[in-house]
Design a protein around this ligand. Structure first.
Ligand code: PMP
Length: 408
């Protein structure tokens, strides 16, 4: 008799009614060979696939989950709001409360506007910067991911060259390349968009060099252009507030999403007072941008994070994982590269171009009950217990053993 697999059945049905069987970053083809395509449930640091296999979650839904799945306090706040209603003719009080809360947490921000996805916020940031400056040019880092809109999708098929006509590329942390991009842009500079550190998919990550961040700030000041920080992935993980607060560089605009609502759909654009008149002249909105449930969830998420010091907990857990991974790589004699921030590490095996080792590593972790990603940075959540961290390190040990076994 055939082995019953709910996942296989869902895949078969999806192939009939969903293009490609699945699309976007959550298509299972991006994961390890044999990975599931569907998850049935999650609680705390654990997710369960549709066939009942459990994994300790080191991917955290690609960033949104900071406090663990179905965090009781966040879900209670969302339920309480849902009892009153979510989507009305007009916004509710939660919107004002959340804008007050966020501008209190993000020190340079004078105002906040809400959307649903990170792409909404990064795209609106450029619209606001262009409306304010009356210029078109935007400098962005080669290979940086700012979303899937026509101006920034990594695969431009189906978009027009016009969508990127006023974009100029620089290399992250490379001042000379910014100068070259600026020369190409001329007097037309509206904004420079940059992420808190370099986290391009499938490549080793790179923390920002403080002098690079300060140079971008000074350049924008000199040219009257807007510095836009894309906090969508890093926000509320590197710090509770601006990811660049520690290096003393404040942007003019910042785009946020993922961690803000612990899985509830919310994004935010935050910025400085001088931009208000331009924002009053543009038109931007969305049917679900004013919905209250995600805002209530976000308020609760931020309350729990502030009260419990979740960022510090994620830093501690991330450091344990980081140190453990490096010790295991040394023990097994495997050449491994670990880059980025401890709360969002990226692991790869230098010199390999076919992902064979990363696939073997991730598959071994999955077999040992840990959900990682072979080609994307992982994410720590504050829900991980010390015992679960020990289980994770047992699994990654299996991963390194499997990689050592295939040799070079
Ligand atoms: N910017 C960054 C840095 C991101 O990591 C992402 C999502 N991975 C986005 C923007 C786009 O966010 P979304 O997928 O929610 O539109």
């Amino acid at each position: 008799a055939p082995v019953a697999s709910v996942d296989a059945d869902l895949r078969r049905r999806a192939a009939a009614v969903i293009p490609g069987g699945m699309y976007g970053h959550q298509a299972a083809k991006h994961l390890w060979p044999g990975a599931p395509q569907f998850i049935a449930s999650g609680e705390g640091a654990v997710v369960r696939d549709v066939d009942g296999r459990e994994y300790i979650d080191l991917l955290c839904s690609y960033g949104p989950i900071v406090l663990g799945h179905r965090h009781p306090e966040v879900e209670a706040a969302a339920r309480e709001q849902a009892m009153l209603g979510d989507c009305f003719n007009l916004p509710g009080p939660r919107m004002v409360e959340l804008a007050e809360r966020l501008t209190g947490i993000v020190d340079y921000a004078d105002w906040a506007m809400f959307q649903k996805n990170g792409t909404d916020a990064t795209t609106l940031a450029l619209t606001v910067a262009r409306a304010h400056t009356g210029r078109k040019g935007v400098l962005m880092a080669t290979g940086a991911y700012h979303g899937a809109a026509p101006w920034c999708t990594p695969i431009p098929l189906g978009t027009t060259p016009g969508a990127r006509a006023d974009l100029y590329n620089y290399r992250y942390n490379d001042i000379a390349s910014v100068e070259a991009a600026l020369a190409a842009c001329g007097d037309d500079l509206a904004a420079i968009i940059v992420s808190p550190f370099r986290h391009d998919a499938g490549l080793p990550q790179e923390l920002v060099e403080p002098e690079f961040a300060r140079y971008l700030r000074a350049l924008c000041d000199e040219k009257g252009a807007m510095l836009v920080l894309d906090e969508v992935r890093c926000g509320m993980r590197l710090g509770f507030g601006s990811s660049w607060a520690g290096i003393g560089v404040a942007p003019d605009l910042s785009a946020w999403s993922k961690a803000l609502g612990n899985g509830h759909p919310i994004a935010a654009l935050m910025g400085i007072d001088v931009l208000r008149p331009a924002i009053e002249k543009i038109f931007t909105t969305g049917s679900f941008w004013f919905s209250s449930v995600a805002m209530a969830a976000s308020l609760a998420t931020l309350d729990v994070m502030a009260r419990e010091g979740s960022v510090a907990r994620m830093h501690t857990l991330g450091q344990v994982l980081w140190d453990g991974l490096l010790a295991q790589a040394a023990k097994y004699g495997v050449d491994c590269s670990l880059t980025g921030h401890v709360t969002m590490p990226y692991l790869c095996f230098p010199g390999e171009s076919d992902w064979a080792k990363t696939d073997v590593f991730a598959a071994a972790c999955a077999k040992a009950g840990v959900f990682t990603h072979p080609r994307h940075n992982w994410f720590i959540s504050a829900a991980l217990s010390d015992a679960q961290m020990a289980q994770i390190l047992e699994a990654t040990g299996e991963g390194f053993a499997a990689v050592a076994a295939i040799g070079d």
